[in-house]
Design a protein around this ligand. Structure first.
Ligand SMILES: C[S@@+](CC[C@H](N)C(=O)[O-])C[C@H]1O[C@@H](n2cnc3c(N)ncnc32)[C@H](O)[C@@H]1O
Length: 443
């Protein structure tokens, strides 16, 4: 393997594969990854029209011990799709292979190499590339991103996760502290012992201790402690820096960005922690509506600072905004996702204040937001069953209409339902698919 990787990073992941996984656990449960749920990929990357049936190709770059590889391969088991697992750590890949063997998965290709070699590896082009927790460990993350793009189909998408600066404030202070404590020490076991020793004694006022509940790795053994607090190559990004880098580019005089569209989706919370009106939803300030009118990027930058607890940025990077399934097209089928939510349950919640704005307290994400369900929001939610399109839902709505005036047309119903949709979609609890995708899948 040409040595275009950082030797100390490679030796870390050979000695301590990450995340630590016991292949035997695969007999009992399937580990899910937030970005790789196919309905999410379909909604945010393929405008809801991807059937995953026509030779779909996925690459997991810096795939580690295999969570994303295995989850994708399991979901694509009955298709002719291929999943390519690429990592420079042999030890990590060996664990991932063992997991795949236990599951009897035969749709994975294993590549032991540096992702920086992707432009010349001859692996072909991919519809979807996952690169989670990897680019921030490269000497030149942009070189890594360009390597990924070189093997991405024109209409393909990248599911990316990189560290977030604000939420990891305490982590970076702890890393700085450990560099001071460990000095010229090169023995990893010694460094780990020092870290454990100190963690047990730090006062609650320490910034890592103050924000300890945001991270878990240091409680998950040596691999976790090393990855979180002793990593030799680790950088983070603010959401603004990601827009600069991957989106429309930085301020004048700096290099231009990749011009791609960024759809953020924080684990369990969707894009809600990037939206000031959702972050402040419990007790909206006077300025809440004014903030909502600001450009998307500015809102996201403010929300990241307001909420403070985004520790990683998870996002789909696509060629443009049209890759997200559009709201307002009657052909699309809305469906609840990530929770066993039914139309009936959602109708009850959204109808609880007789059509007036109410505070939606969402338990799983711990987000609270003010929602205006409109005149018809609760009724429309009640008709969602994951099979009917908006057009069919609205037809049924009109068939059951008892008002004196004429029943509202699709345009009026879409406008009325917009805020209910936005609230649930921002939490990634309500997604869209186009019937075209299901039709191919059924053939
Ligand atoms: C923090 S782990 C993340 C693993 C996996 N993506 C996940 O989220 O579970 C980082 C992984 O990236 C791999 N890696 C780092 N630099 C790489 C490179 N240049 N080429 C290929 N893999 C690399 C490491 O070997 C390691 O397995």
């Amino acid at each position: 393997m040409p040595p275009n990787y950082l030797p100390q990073v490679r030796s870390q992941y050979e000695a301590l594969p990450y995340p630590p996984r016991d292949p035997e656990d695969d007999r009992k449960r399937l580990a899910l990854t937030w970005l790789e749920d196919l309905p999410m990929i379909n909604h945010y990357c393929f405008a809801g029209k991807q059937s995953f049936q026509n030779g779909f190709r996925a690459l997991v770059a810096g795939a580690g011990t295999g969570d994303a590889t295995i989850f994708l391969a399991e979901q694509l088991r009955t298709t002719n799709a291929e999943v390519v697992h690429l990592d420079m750590s042999e030890a990590s890949t060996a664990l991932a292979k063992e997991r795949a063997d236990i599951r009897g998965l035969t749709n994975i290709t294993w590549v032991h190499d540096s992702l920086l070699n992707l432009p010349t590896l001859g692996l072909g082009k991919f519809d979807y590339i996952n690169c989670s927790g990897v680019l921030h460990h490269l000497a030149d993350p942009d070189l890594g991103f360009r390597a990924l793009r070189s093997v991405l189909k024109d209409d393909g998408a990248i599911g990316l996760m990189v560290y977030a600066t604000t939420g990891r404030t305490g982590v970076y202070q702890m890393q700085a502290l450990m560099r001071l404590v460990n000095g010229t020490q090169t023995d990893d076991l010694h460094k780990l012992a020092n870290t454990r020793d100190l963690l047990a004694s730090l006062p609650p006022s320490n910034w890592f201790m103050r924000s300890e509940d945001l991270v878990h790795d240091h409680k998950a053994g040596d691999a976790g402690i090393y990855d979180l607090l002793l990593h030799s190559q680790d950088r983070s990004y603010s959401v603004g820096e990601l827009f600069d880098w991957l989106g429309d580019g930085a301020k004048e005089g700096q290099h231009s960005g990749h011009g791609m569209h960024l759809a953020f989706t924080d684990v369990q919370r969707g894009r809600s922690p990037y939206l000031p009106h959702m972050v402040l939803g419990n007790k909206p300030p006077v300025m809440a509506n004014a903030l909502r009118q600001l450009p998307r990027r500015r809102q996201y930058e403010m929300a990241e600072l307001m909420i403070g607890n985004i520790i990683t940025h998870s996002l789909y990077v696509t060629r443009d905004a049209s890759c997200t399934a559009p709201y307002g097209n009657a052909e699309y089928v809305p469906f609840f996702f990530h929770e066993p939510l039914t139309g009936e349950m959602a109708a009850q919640v959204f109808g609880s204040n007789r059509g007036q704005p109410f505070i939606l307290k969402h338990q799983h994400s711990r987000m609270s937001l003010m929602v205006n369900p409109g005149k018809y929001g609760a009724k429309i939610l009640g008709l969602i069953d994951g099979r009917k399109s908006f057009g069919e839902i609205f037809d049924q709505f009109r068939a059951e209409w008892h008002g004196k005036a004429a029943a509202p047309n699709n345009e009026v119903l879409f406008a009325d339902f917009a805020e209910s949709y936005e609230a649930l979609n921002a939490l990634d609890r309500l997604l869209l698919k186009h019937p075209e995708a299901d039709a191919v899948a059924a053939n």
